[in-house]
Design a binder for this molecule. Sequence first.
Ligand SMILES: [Zn+2]
Length: 311
Amino acid sequence: MNWITNYVRPKLRALVNKRDIPEDLWEKCPACGQMVFHRELEDNLRVCPHCGYHMRIAAQRRLELLFDDADFTTIELPDILNDPLKFRDLKRYSDRLKEAKAKGGGEAILVAHGTMGGLKTVIAAFDFRFMGGSMGIAVGEGLLAAARLAVLQEAPLIVIPASGGARMQEGILSLMQMPRSVAAVDMVKEAGLPYIVLLTDPTTGGVSASFAMLGDIAISEPGAIIGFAGKRVIEETIREILPDGFQRAEYLLEHGMLDMVVPRKELRERLITLISLLRHKTPTAEVVALPTPSEPEAEGDGETAEETAGE
Ligand SMILES: [Zn+2]
């Protein structure tokens, strides 16, 4: 046996190390626990092929999936004062920013323009990998820039949040981005342009309490967590057990907070349909009157439960 431990094993180890196998060849699905091969996962747009769980996706990839021919132009966001409060928790905020930037991505938001179904569109997509997609001054600037661009190009604006909320390292300045982002949305609405929000996992905190819930049309990916305070915080505050699926996209749809829940594979087509319906002022086909039904059906109004936001 000695020759195995002394000779074969080190040789094998050297061989394995030399090939330098990347650690992320397989990814574990957080929902069903199955291991998924990275290529299969990418081909499936980062949706688990076993259970349909929608994993988070980088902003860049998100834009590639939506724009025609994956072709778009990102715009440079205005320079802002980094770390205005000289904030420090376990680490300096300026160091956290440097680390996040080194991992790729200039900030937690990416603003781009291009076409969707041949129609000019502006998209602002959040990147959760950049400090949890948190909304600081830079993100507020990004949203304003996106709104200005949409107005300039007379294009619809699609915002795709994926954010834990406000960026606490910027304190009150971060909270001020809430009204700023609402002002940005108003610019688009006043110009008579569609403002569509695609809510992805997660959309929480100050983001859900501002621009994210103001879409003319609110779409979400399946299973996305959408809410203000977390489930546990609400349960501890109101001392009640919350229902299953609380704060999930499907629950919000059922309670009238969303217009539709659309799987990632169908998103692009659905958005193109919506944009063309909203942008083409004249119908593309002849309008045909619907035949009048012989028997008027009695339809009971579905009761809509009023949502109370936990704070
Ligand atoms: Zn799964």
